[in-house]
Design a binder for this molecule. Structure first.
Ligand code: DAH
Length: 344
């Protein structure tokens, strides 16, 4: 027993002075003390030589030794690894060019949305947001589309099966309603967002896409304000030479309603594949907010008037970036997306 204690004492000293500052030394230590043929194991083997009455005490001494040897190893591990083959000065060449970091590209829909939004922001519009899962009232009824109104069929709607009153919004016009309900006037907002329609997916249409909605409500807002605002937008967006034309149209939530075309910004109006040789490209719907809509949201239609407009983002993006298939926008194909690096 005395022998064993002395031996262990000697090994403890050895462990204390064992150099373990590099990974290689640490491995040597592990093999020597903790390995399957190492000292700890061997010394445990000596238990059989200990007299039965001393076994208990010997077991304790051995266990303490084992823990000591292991603790030393664990403690040295962290620092030894970081010291592994320290680089010498000659090995670091600070003059080498850095590894290029690949930076991503903004998504073309984001680029287009930002362009549109920033133009209206300069006119004093602020950005508003609303839910994509909407109730029937905000998406239809409040927009002067009561139940069974035939114009509801203009937009094939995805309903939520658990609750037929819920749907995926078919347009961003729900945000108009939500803003008007807040009751803070005047309102001058621009609302970009994603919308959903149950349409067959093809190169030209998808079951989800993006729109930007605009709304301006105050006293004495007129159709002339609408025209001038949109005219400014078009010039900023497509250039000073671009012409606009308004065609009478119908939307339940505006009266009068119009659609706005711009002279084709690809061919300058001469006629090309993009404008189908008409010289014009349709880009948005607009009109004066219908009094029924104002009243539904608790706004006095005698005192206030307003204009609204809504445009898709995908279509102008396809024209501007020459993208021929709308599905490319949502496929996340890196070969497509990286072509927009550096684009604005
Ligand atoms: N909500 C219409 C659509 O999705 C677009 C639109 C037209 C919005 C005229 C408007 C508007 O605010 O005044 O087709």
């Amino acid at each position: 027993m005395q022998d064993l204690v002395q031996k262990i004492e000697a090994y403890r000293k050895e462990i204390e002075v064992f150099e373990v500052s590099t990974a290689q030394q640490l491995e040597e230590y592990r093999i020597k003390f903790l390995g399957t043929k190492g000292i700890v194991k061997a010394i445990f083997g000596e238990m059989k030589t200990v007299a039965p009455e001393n076994k208990r005490e010997a077991g304790q001494v051995l266990n303490e030794f084992k823990q000591f040897a292991e603790a030393r190893y664990e403690e040295a591990k962290g620092s030894a690894i970081s010291n592994e083959q320290p680089a010498t000065e000659e090995e670091i060449d600070l003059t080498l060019p850095g590894d290029p970091i690949e930076i991503g590209a903004r998504h073309p829909i984001t680029l287009m949305r930002n362009r549109i939004v920033s133009i209206f922001q300069r006119l004093g519009f602020s950005v508003a947001d609303g839910p994509e899962i909407e109730d029937d009232w905000h998406n239809f009824t409040a927009l002067n589309l009561p139940e069974n109104h035939p114009a509801r069929d203009m937009q094939d709607t995805f309903y939520i099966s658990q609750n037929p009153d819920w749907l995926l919004r078919t347009h961003t016009s729900n945000v108009q309603i939500r803003e008007m309900q807040k009751g803070k006037l005047p309102i001058r907002i621009i609302c970009p967002g994603r919308v959903y329609r149950n349409e067959t997916i093809s190169a030209r249409s998808h079951c989800f896409f993006h729109q930007v909605e605009g709304l301006y409500i105050d006293e004495n807002v007129s159709f002339a304000d609408l025209k001038q605002t949109l005219y400014f937008f078009v010039q900023e967006m497509f250039g000073k030479d671009v012409k606009v034309r308004f065609r009478p149209s119908y939307f339940p939530f505006t009266e009068p309603s119009a659609e706005m075309d711009v002279s084709c910004f690809i061919c300058g109006g001469k006629g090309c594949r993009i404008c189908k040789h008409s010289g014009w490209v349709e880009i948005l719907g607009c009109g004066m907010v219908h009094p029924n809509v104002l009243e539904a949201c608790g706004i006095d239609a005698e005192k206030y008037t307003g204009f609204a407009f809504g445009m898709g983002i995908e279509r102008p993006a396809m024209l501007l970036y020459d993208v021929t298939d709308i599905r490319l926008f949502s496929e996340n194909d890196i070969r497509f997306l990286k072509q927009f690096k550096g684009a604005t």
